[in-house]
Design a protein around this ligand. Structure first.
Ligand code: GDP
Length: 302
């Protein structure tokens, strides 16, 4: 329901397609596909994906596979669903068998990293896991206070920096060591989020990743990139850069309850081949949901 209302703008942009297809006939195909292309572009699908979808539809129309406006609409939805799911990547968390599993949460400032970490902790704890949080955002002074509030709210333990000068990697190492000694199932690591163009942030992420891998082999099991769903296609270069530097294993799309921009989700998943694992639909503890590609497609195409 929340996703459905969050995507109302995208849905409105795409609603024009229904009208177009209602009066579609074969001789009108070029005009209709041109307008469909425009509607997809306005909805943040990005040129590459838009052309891919429109070319697929054109081929199926001209070969006689699609014979009515209704069939074209269904094929459009199927195309988008396939783009979202065809990479074969797993949408569930892959946590391995060694304890503790380590999940690093990365992303630019303000995207919803700390909030998502808190919500994820709540979700995993409710599933029976013993969770330890690590306040690895040592750059922004208020970040560890914010995470401490989430630790309290969710009843999880937390490791914070002992001094202002502590390095992010040493906070994470301390947390993962504690997790190992005290039998925690999962350590959730917050990280600093400056601009993605900030080289030292990327260096820091690399050293965090290496450092936790020395404590538990195979860690981090997941590196989840948090992307603000309202930023549109701007999320693409961000995602590309984080992925190149640290190797992202899954996406968390936040603020889908706001005025989220739907099409770019498809672009990011298709271009990077990284699955969306969770979506954020609000600021409360329960407002993180596993990504459901079918519900997403239904929310953007009424
Ligand atoms: P960080 O800098 O990446 O750690 O971002 P924060 O976790 O501090 O979040 C930035 C702001 O976005 C805060 O006001 C959050 O409450 C808000 N926020 C995060 N996720 C969501 C979401 O899914 N929906 C809404 N509506 N707000 C969110």
């Amino acid at each position: 329901e929340k996703i459905f209302s969050g995507f109302s703008k995208t849905r409105n942009n795409l609603a024009v397609i229904d009208e177009l297809l209602l009066y579609w006939n074969l001789s009108d195909t070029d005009r209709v596909l041109d307008q469909l292309e425009e509607a997809l572009l306005v909805s943040d699908f990005g040129p590459k994906i838009t052309i891919k979808i429109v070319d697929n539809l054109r081929e199926d129309i001209l070969s006689g596979k699609l014979k009515s406006g209704n069939e074209i609409k269904e094929a459009l939805k199927r195309n988008v669903l396939e783009l979202l799911t065809s990479k074969g990547s797993k949408t569930e968390l892959q946590l391995g068998f060694r304890k503790p599993a380590v999940i690093m949460i990365v992303g630019v400032n303000g995207g919803g990293k700390t909030t998502s970490l808190g919500k994820l902790a709540y979700r995993l704890k409710n599933g029976g896991a013993k969770i330890l949080m690590a306040a690895g955002d040592t750059f922004r002074a208020a970040a560890s206070d914010q995470l401490e509030i989430w630790a309290e709210r969710t009843g999880c333990e937390i490791v914070v920096a002992e001094s202002e000068k502590a390095k992010a990697s040493s906070v994470l190492v301390q947390a993962v060591k504690k997790g190992k000694e005290l039998g925690f199932d999962i350590v959730l690591c917050d990280t600093s989020g400056r601009l993605h163009t900030n080289y030292s942030l990327m260096e820091e992420l690399i050293s965090c990743k290496k450092a936790v891998g020395k404590v538990v082999s195979g860690a981090p099991n997941e590196i989840l990139l948090v992307l603000d769903g309202t930023t549109g296609l701007n999320m693409l270069p961000q995602a590309r850069e984080f992925n190149e530097v640290v190797g992202v294993t899954g996406l968390i799309l936040t603020k889908l309850d706001g005025s989220a921009r739907g099409g770019c989700v498809v672009s990011v998943v298709d271009e990077l081949g990284i699955p969306v694992k969770f979506v954020g639909v609000g600021e409360g503890v329960e407002d993180l949901q596993p990504f459901d590609a079918e519900a997403f497609v239904d929310a953007i195409f009424a």
